[in-house]
Write a protein that binds this ligand. Structure first.
Ligand SMILES: Nc1ncnc2c1ncn2[C@@H]1O[C@H](COP(=O)(O)OP(=O)(O)OP(=O)(O)O)[C@@H](O)[C@H]1O
Length: 264
């Protein structure tokens, strides 16, 4: 019989963990860019502690969906709520939203003229009023956690892409977010750096962070997602647990997409 005390944690530890109450709710969301209808009647509920991976063809609206949750894009109609409250439009409430829902971008978006440590410290001090010494200590803990504490005094440009992305994750975590949004966080990275970022993300998932992840990394979806959301032409076409989605997609559009990406 296997010794459960010494067994390695399995990927299923994330995906079988029960998730909680609704945290992020999109209800009949519509969005156009001019004539282009990018989000079509999107209804989606993300629960506390849930890891949702959003996949779909290029241009299907995945990034836009992610950005609307952080109000980096406005919506035309429908509603989005976080923790039962509608998204604020501006001011302090919007700053609080951006702290509560951390976002990690493909292009890192670090402050180029600040050190790594300052990148992870500044937001805490400016947006949350944390004392500088406390913010610094939190930042160092987080940089340790993502494996770049030894880079704290450098500028972002002196780091590899994988290291910069891990700093970006630490910076978002420093705001003590309720949820994290990842918009293709590994797409700009050289192949050997992808796993070092994905491993940090799997660690967050194991710790119970609520996550929405737009990615082409199907291995991550299998390892860490509770649910895969498949988008095409602005619509949520299908949602399912990863195993079900990858082995038995229901819609023709999902089958077609998977046949293209899984055979190459
Ligand atoms: N700011 C914008 N202004 C005008 N059109 C936009 C804007 N942002 C995105 N689009 C268009 O909206 C559509 C959806 O874009 P989006 O980036 O959300 O797709 P995606 O599924 O994330 O694609 P990819 O996988 O290639 O990143 C695309 O046709 C894109 O060109």
């Amino acid at each position: 019989m296997a010794d459960s005390m010494t067994a390695e944690p399995r990927p299923a530890d994330v995906t079988t963990r029960p998730t909680g109450e609704p945290l992020i709710v999109l209800d009949h969301v519509e969005k156009h860019f001019g004539e282009l209808h990018v989000l079509r009647d999107v209804n989606l509920t993300i629960h506390r502690g849930e890891v949702v991976v959003v996949i779909g063809p290029s241009g299907s609206g995945k990034s836009t969906l992610c950005r609307t949750i952080n109000r980096l894009e406005t919506i035309d109609s429908g509603t989005i709520s976080i923790d039962g409250k509608p998204l604020p439009a501006e001011g302090r409430e919007l700053a609080r939203l951006r702290a509560d829902v951390g976002m990690v971008f493909q292009s890192f978006n670090l402050f180029a003229h600040r050190t790594v440590l300052e990148n992870v410290t500044l937001g805490q001090v400016k947006a949350k009023g944390v004392k500088p010494a406390v913010a610094k200590a939190t930042a160092m803990d987080l940089l340790e956690r993502v494996g770049v504490a030894d880079q704290a005094a450098k500028r972002p440009a002196q780091l590899s892409g994988g290291q910069q992305q891990r700093v970006a994750i630490a910076r978002a975590l420093a705001m003590k977010p309720k949820a994290m949004l990842f918009d293709e966080p590994t797409s700009a990275l050289d192949p050997e750096m992808i796993n070092e970022v994905l491993d940090v993300m799997v660690g967050l998932a194991q710790d119970g962070m609520t996550m929405v992840v737009v990615t082409h990394e199907m291995g991550f979806a299998r390892r860490a997602a509770h649910r895969v959301v498949f988008m095409d032409a602005g619509q949520v076409v299908e949602e399912a647990e990863p195993e079900t989605f990858f082995t038995a997609p229901r819609s023709g559009r999902a089958k077609d997409f998977l046949s293209k990406i899984l055979t190459h």
